[in-house]
Design a protein around this ligand. Sequence first.
Ligand SMILES: Cc1cc2nc3c(=O)[nH]c(=O)nc-3n(C[C@H](O)[C@H](O)[C@H](O)COP(=O)(O)OP(=O)(O)OC[C@H]3O[C@@H](n4cnc5c(N)ncnc54)[C@H](O)[C@@H]3O)c2cc1C
Length: 431
Amino acid sequence: MKRRELLKAMAALPLLPLLMRSGAASARDAVNVMMTKFRSRVRPGDPGWPLAAQWEQLKRDVGGRLLKLESPFAHCATSPSDSACAEALKHLDNPFALGDNPALTQTSGWADAWTSQPSAYAVAVENTADVVAAVNFARQHHLRLVVKGGGHSYQGTSDAPDSLLIWPRHMNNVTLHDDFVAQGCVEAPQHAVTIEAGAMWSDAYDAVTTRGGRYVQGGGCTTVGVAGLVQSGGFGSFSKHWGTAAANLLEAEIVTADGKVRIANACTHPDLFWGIKGGGGGSLGTITRLTLRTFELPDVFGAVFGAIKASSDDAFRTLIAKAMEFYRSALFNPHWGEQLSFRGSNTLNISMVFQGLTQQQAEQVWAPFLDWVRARSEYRFAKPVQVLALPARHFWDAEFFRAHAPQLVVADDRPGAPAHHVLWAGDQDQV
Ligand SMILES: Cc1cc2nc3c(=O)[nH]c(=O)nc-3n(C[C@H](O)[C@H](O)[C@H](O)COP(=O)(O)OP(=O)(O)OC[C@H]3O[C@@H](n4cnc5c(N)ncnc54)[C@H](O)[C@@H]3O)c2cc1C
């Protein structure tokens, strides 16, 4: 909203009760117009929608990286046998492909809440200046503005029909530092990683752990966006030991709604820094890059997989109680992460990971619980419980998994896809 409009609206606020009480149709209309103006954004077809020449100017300002968007499924309703439609449908279960299309989000929406629809235009930003140009254009023309990272928002907050989209997918550099000091801070240099706004966790883990031999705290799903997760707090498999992703944020570069580029850290713009550490994606500006603390990598990471099935509802109730007691006494600590899940078919599913323990130590932790199960005829192992350990450096190493346990990962199967773009097979039903 322009400053003058805001001032006018504020000046009229004290008159609101009077106007409402008067009941005059014209007064109500005036209030409605004022409130609509106060809230609304210009949409295609509205008188204030930018002219073609103005979009052209924006396109020049961003080096040609302005895209007019259309859903790849637009023609499927009318021409389902169309080859373009078949091509779009082919990649529906590939989250990397969905993320590579600015017109799509990772889900089609949520029933009775939101439906995924493309923005009118996207700027495929490649640098901070592109972001500034897009923010200024949206502000000057009073447009809806939205930012999409990995596109995984449950609430649809990276999706806004009729909007201008900032799409940083191609800004995905990851740079490691041995001696990072946040701007304006006087503090000891520390190990850190700077990650651009379009990177997914698969990009971060590949650079930091597989190639860099260090650890950064992120999320479990490799196709989630780094910036989106950090702004929503970010709890990962090993967060009980290393904290949330947001807690390890050292600094961010962010373009605020006034088009200013700001560095936010504990010493510079500390309020903004506090706000982006969990305040919700896109609430306070567009982040162009984030710097996160990195940690020494332990020797070993490990996992425990399996499933236990109870023969009756009563036996399952007893199993749930026993599993909860076991979790509280043995697993609810910084060594362990991920999930025990209780399934509809009287089955306890085990999908846990560990750090800071050897394989033998992990087996010892589980032995009393598994002995208890084995001693009772009402339980059987629907999947044998396996305790696996591997050098921590291979935990996100796509090549290692392709060679040794290909069943555990699913690769982006499109020609030319980066080799490290894989997701956990167990995550496939989430993405
Ligand atoms: C399959 C799946 C697995 C998940 N696993 C975990 C997990 O292990 N741990 C966890 O904590 N959470 C997890 N989440 C939740 C996830 O962290 C949030 O939904 C997160 O906001 C998604 O970020 P995104 O970039 O992928 O999504 P997007 O929909 O692109 O973005 C989410 C929000 O952040 C905003 N945003 C994105 N990039 C920027 C930017 N550069 N600047 C400003 N705003 C931006 C968007 O506008 C939107 O409001 C998971 C979600 C899914 C769907």
